[in-house]
Design a protein around this ligand. Structure first.
Ligand code: SF4
Ligand code: SF4
Length: 304
């Protein structure tokens, strides 16, 4: 069987991908070593990018206040932990059967490269690889973790949003990605050239925790993590006894208090509204309003 870009795209769709594109490895020429796919497979020729849509109705149910847990369970965990993994292993088998290497990359939800002080609000906590050291001079500290937003752009699938995620012409922000770094000689797509984010600010205004800013680099991930977990009045599970007696309760519930890593972690135990023990994924209690507002804006502006 001849491994072509057409075959890869056909199989990716057959195995469940909603979007697929192939990016030239040259598109990562100026990437920092700790995020560079060429550090994972130095003889790589390209990166295959695949997107899985998150059903719109999962966001709608959160906006309606009728369901929150299904988004976390199906829209985040199942896509990242199950769909992505089975998909990647099947694709890797297809590529390696033809004699090429396939370094499969799923979303590394709970790790941060050394020096990355941000967090992922979707999981119970994140760990920065502070003790990692390169195994030889000239090598990056492990683990190398690709920038998925950049990779999606190189693969021609979408552009960076103000929040730092990917906006696609098909699904807006309602999509999650996986990648395969490979030496298969595949015809590559053009990088995504448009800027879908028009800096409208709808996502900034929609966040109950004021975690987004059009000036200060987009997302404050620790602020987001606290409000994603529901430290605001619009959380339908909020009761009078949550944070009772806390001297800053009003400011917190109004989204006015600023959190850093230390203060965010300190307040996590007070924000237990739905279970996370079985999954390690934090229930989304902000309704991901930034993305919902973005989706609506993109539809109204006819960008979607
Ligand atoms: S709306 Fe939710 S996910 Fe979006 S930035 Fe605010 S807290 Fe984070
Ligand atoms: S809501 Fe507007 S500013 Fe925010 S990511 Fe979407 S297009 Fe960009």
């Amino acid at each position: 069987m001849m491994l072509t870009a057409e075959l890869i795209k056909e199989k990716a769709r057959e195995y469940g991908a909603d979007l697929v594109g192939i990016g030239d490895i040259a598109g990562f020429a100026d990437e920092i070593p700790q995020r560079d796919p060429r550090q994972i497979l130095p003889w790589a020729t390209c990166v295959i990018g695949c997107g899985f849509r998150v059903p719109r109705a999962l966001y709608q149910s959160m906006a309606d206040g009728s369901q929150h847990f299904n988004y976390t369970q199906l829209g985040v965990k199942t896509i990242d932990e199950e769909l992505s993994e089975v998909f990647l292993l099947k694709m890797a088998g297809l590529i390696e059967n033809e004699g090429y290497d396939a370094c499969v990359q799923r979303n590394i939800s709970n790790l941060r490269i050394k020096g990355d002080k941000t967090t992922n609000p979707e999981v119970s906590d994140t760990y920065e690889l502070v003790h990692a050291e390169p195994v030889a001079p000239g090598k990056p500290a492990p683990d190398v973790i690709m920038d998925f937003t950049r990779a999606a752009q190189v693969c021609g699938l979408g552009s960076r949003s103000l929040r730092g995620g990917v906006l696609t012409p098909q699904f807006g922000p309602f999509v999650r990605f996986v990648f395969i770094v490979t030496d298969a000689p595949l015809a590559c797509d053009e990088p995504f050239k448009r800027e879908l984010c028009d800096q409208c600010g709808a996502c900034v205004r929609a966040c109950p925790g004021h975690a987004l800013s059009s000036k200060d680099g987009g997302l404050d991930s620790w602020q987001c993590a606290v409000y994603y977990r529901g430290a605001h009045r619009s959380n339908p599970f909020m009761t009078d006894d949550i944070l009772k007696g806390h001297p800053e309760r009003e400011a917190i519930l109004n989204g006015d208090k600023r959190f850093d890593a230390e203060s965010a972690r300190a307040i996590y135990p007070s924000l237990r509204f739905l279970p996370m023990a079985q999954t390690g994924y934090a229930p989304c209690l902000c309704g991901r309003r930034c993305d919902v507002a973005c989706y609506e804006h993109l539809r109204e502006a006819k960008i979607l």
